[in-house]
Design a protein around this ligand. Structure first.
Ligand SMILES: Cc1ncc(COP(=O)(O)O)c(C=O)c1O
Length: 472
């Protein structure tokens, strides 16, 4: 063992061997770091093992062991007669990686962006307990070759919840665990593409990510307008007739971002259309848990399990970082089920088991109850602040979810307001971000209140008002 620290230059790299670990391991680690950090570059020669051993005061065996391990990893090349060099195609150095990494966007102090739940109130203790339960109770079957459609315990927990909270009666076997709604959409769109579909009717405006992943899987988005009753089903049927599209992606319970619930007559019209064309309705049920002024609307899937695929995730109730969602394919569209389980693998089984434990022991329900009360209070405080700082501007989409739509004075450029708000450390989304067709519509901002510290809410709105005033 090296008894203290030894430093030697190898080419341009200072190799440090610290005490406390076998010397050949220390040398290997130090050389690897030198390559990764770009201090030794591809093609650089390393000293002959005998010379380096002498320099370091170690046996030659130590050096040949370290070189041998790095050659096996592909970091070094050893050719007879040519000595040992850093491999020409060695790993990207950390410096190179840093150069291509996207800059990290600092989160603004006043986050009025939509879509992020309150991260300060994650049920961390309950999650730790759930992880413990998962680790303690995982069976060999859970740990080796788990079902790619998800572990049975989580599929069952999800099926149970969907029955109680969304009136969706589904066998656990029909639930597919995904990495989230976007992953569910990717899988479904790929399956439908493989079955010959080439387009998808999408709400305009809508969340870009889901239509983008559908497009990436080969389904061309066809925009359909939205009004205060949700997606315009007459326009949808017309667009379907024009384009031959037989898949529709919608947010019936809470249109994103407008905030409308799909009117009952339109729900029926949508189902009628899907049945008449052998089509599929994909229901993005993204924030069904948060309803304030009205009774929760049952999922569209409850009305037509034959034609409706349901997408959901933990992204709004817990955080996107959980990376867990679900997909229930329509009962009567075999093509929509084909290969769902093999397109991407399920989340790690231990993580799924922990989610199952969280959902099953009531901690998740308690979290949802207190989150709902918190968001309801915060929404009321937001309305008071908007009335104080931006009196008279229309606020819509209030009855559910984690955001509202704030109409701006006519003629104001919503993008400019967002930019001016950003200068004041406030994040708010111009409504244009979600639109597809470049129609002239009243300027608006989508204002989220999920991840805003209560004590900062009034200040956030005051700053936003200053941005609106500057842009007016
Ligand atoms: C409309 C909509 N659907 C779904 C989601 C959730 O997507 P995922 O589960 O992929 O995080 C979001 C999240 O922002 C959303 O805004």
């Amino acid at each position: 063992m090296a008894d203290d620290q030894t430093n030697r230059w190898v080419g341009d790299a200072l190799v440090t061997i610290e005490g406390g670990e076998p010397v050949h391991v220390a040398l290997e680690r130090s050389l690897r770091a030198a390559v990764r950090e770009g201090r030794l570059r591809p093609g650089d020669p390393l000293p002959p093992s005998r010379a380096l051993a002498r320099d370091l005061g170690v046996s030659r065996w130590v050096v040949t062991q370290a070189y041998g391990a790095l050659v096996a990893e592909g970091a070094l090349d050893a050719r007879t007669g040519a000595g040992t060099r850093v491999a020409a195609t060695s790993w990207p150095t950390l410096t190179a990686t840093r150069a291509v990494a996207p800059p990290v966007q600092p989160r603004p102090a006043f986050d009025l962006g939509p879509g992020v739940p309150d991260l300060r109130h994650l049920p961390r203790a309950a999650w730790v307990a759930a992880v413990r339960t998962a680790v303690a109770s995982a069976t060999p079957g859970d740990l080796v070759a788990p079902d790619p459609r998800g572990v049975p315990a989580l599929r069952q927990a999800l099926a149970d919840r969907l029955a109680v909270t969304r009136a969706v009666l589904v066998d656990a076997d029909a639930v597919v665990v995904t990495h989230g709604a976007a992953d569910g959409m990717t899988r479904l769109a790929s399956a439908l593409r493989a079955a010959g579909h080439d387009s998808v009717l999408v709400e305009d405006p809508s969340w870009p990510r889901l239509r983008d992943v559908a497009a990436a899987a080969g389904l061309r988005p066809v925009p359909v307008p939205v009004d205060a009753d949700g997606v315009d089903t007459d326009a949808l049927v017309a667009a379907a007739g024009r384009t031959g599209a037989r898949v529709a992606l919608v947010t019936p319970s809470h249109q994103f971002p407008v905030g409308a619930a799909l009117a009952p007559a339109r729900r029926e019209a949508l189902v009628r259309w899907a049945r008449s064309v052998d089509g599929v309705v994909v229901e993005d049920d993204y924030d069904a848990e948060f309803r304030y002024d009205r009774r929760p609307v049952a999922a569209l899937r409850a009305l037509a399990p034959d034609r409706v695929a349901l997408l959901g995730s933990l992204s709004k109730t817990l955080a996107a970082g959980f990376g867990v969602g679900w997909l229930v394919p329509p009962d009567d569209v075999p093509a929509a089920r084909a290969g769902l389980d093999v397109r991407t693998s399920a989340p790690p089984s231990l993580h799924q088991l922990a989610c199952a434990a969280l959902l099953a022991d009531g901690a998740y329900d308690r979290h949802l109850r207190s989150a709902r009360a918190r968001y309801r209070r915060r929404r009321a405080a937001l309305l008071v602040a908007l009335e104080r700082h931006l009196p008279g501007l229309p606020v819509t989409g209030l009855s559910a979810g984690l955001h509202v739509v704030l109409g701006l004075p006519a003629g104001v450029d919503e993008n400019r307001v967002a930019r001016l708000a950003a200068r004041r450390d406030v994040r708010a989304m111009p409504a244009a971000r979600y639109r597809i067709a470049p129609v002239a519509s009243a300027p608006a901002l989508v204002v989220g209140y999920g991840n805003l510290v209560d004590a900062r809410l009034d200040e956030a709105v005051a700053r936003l008002a200053a941005a609106v005033a500057e842009a007016t």
